[in-house]
Design a protein around this ligand. Structure first.
Ligand SMILES: Nc1ncnc2c1ncn2[C@@H]1O[C@H](COP(=O)(O)OP(=O)(O)OP(=O)(O)O)[C@@H](O)[C@H]1O
Length: 301
């Protein structure tokens, strides 16, 4: 669906992106993660055909996004990082204006999105909060049911409830076969929606990974508090599960995927409480990268 190949753009002053390559398959949700200034928006602007690369290319369904920007932009729903609205319009007028350009009857879908995002579309845009404007932008990107939706930091400005709703919208659209590319600062958000993700730092991709594979590699630390310290000692002595630490009635166990053994062993004793904390997925991502690609500058699929 989307192929980014060696995309390079150097701005005066030396910032920009260098040799960025990745592909997004049809029906996939692909995350693009990186700190401020890493080059996410620059890459996305090239993919949208707004900028001419110094080297390399981006193509959507085989069409070069710079050379055939008019056709390409019609195929895509786009939420920019900073939305430039036309001054003086209400949300409704802006969406009507876009709908005329999109030339698709999006009335029903638009109404459904507005109902779910819960905002007053008749408010003048200049009076809207950042979050409300973001909602208008999300409706604009989704309403014409494009095959590919490109979102530049879609949840910035949204409260936690709306962030959750946004994730549900992405999951529903994905089930209908829509392809997504979305940039984010936030690993948890990417983790909840994406199949694969790429990390970009200082204008270069440092790793691309399958999120589900990373999740299965994620270690969980389980803190078990036993009713009696003798039980904790016996549990540790049995040695059936890898114990990280033991102190009185408290035992911390590291688990990677296999919970049955732990449940089986712990159930032999009286457990007072049990807490689970997950290893940060970003750490897993970087550990995986260090192990597989360190020094090679290569990208893991
Ligand atoms: N038109 C431009 N002229 C000069 N420098 C630019 C231009 N656009 C972006 N840059 C610089 O290129 C780098 C990458 O910017 P970009 O906006 O792509 O980052 P980003 O990853 O989207 O960051 P953020 O999360 O802050 O939006 C930054 O250092 C930025 O200052």
């Amino acid at each position: 669906m989307l192929v980014v190949d060696g995309l390079t753009k150097l701005f005066p002053g030396g910032k920009g992106i260098s040799d960025v390559s990745f592909t997004v398959e049809q029906g996939e949700v692909f995350g693009f993660i990186g700190p401020n200034g890493a080059g996410k928006s620059t890459t996305i602007r090239h993919i949208m055909g707004f900028m001419k690369p110094d080297r390399g290319s981006a193509s959507i369904k085989g069409l070069d996004t710079w050379k055939q920007q008019g056709i390409v932009q019609k195929l895509v729903g786009y939420l920019p990082g900073e939305i430039a609205f036309i001054e003086g319009m209400t949300g409704k007028e802006f969406l009507d204006f876009l709908a005329r350009m999109q030339r698709v009857d999006s009335t029903a879908k638009r109404k459904q999105l507005i109902d779910r995002l819960q905002f007053d579309v008749t408010t003048p845009i200049r009076k809207m909060s950042k979050g409300m404007k973001q909602k208008v932008g999300i409706v604009a990107a989704f309403m014409h049911s494009p095959e590919l939706i490109i979102l530049d930091e879609p949840t910035s400005g949204l409260d936690p409830l709306m962030q959750q709703l946004f994730i549900e919208l992405v999951v529903e659209e994905k089930a209908r076969g829509t392809t997504f590319l979305m940039s984010s600062h936030s690993f948890p958000e990417i983790e909840r929606t994406c199949d694969r993700a790429a990390i970009i730092k200082d204008g270069r991709l440092v790793a691309t990974n399958n999120i589900h594979e990373l999740q299965s590699m994620q270690r969980k630390l389980v803190v078990i508090v036993f009713e009696h310290s003798e039980d904790a000692e016996a549990f540790v002595r049995d040695g059936h599960v890898p114990v990280e630490s033991h102190d009185g009635r408290n035992v911390i166990v590291a688990v990677q995927g296999n919970y049955n053994e732990l449940i089986h062993e712990a159930a032999k004793y009286k457990v007072r409480s049990l807490d689970i904390t997950a290893q940060n997925l970003e750490d897993v991502f970087m550990q995986y990268y260090d192990r597989n690609d360190a020094g090679k500058g290569a990208v893991a699929g």
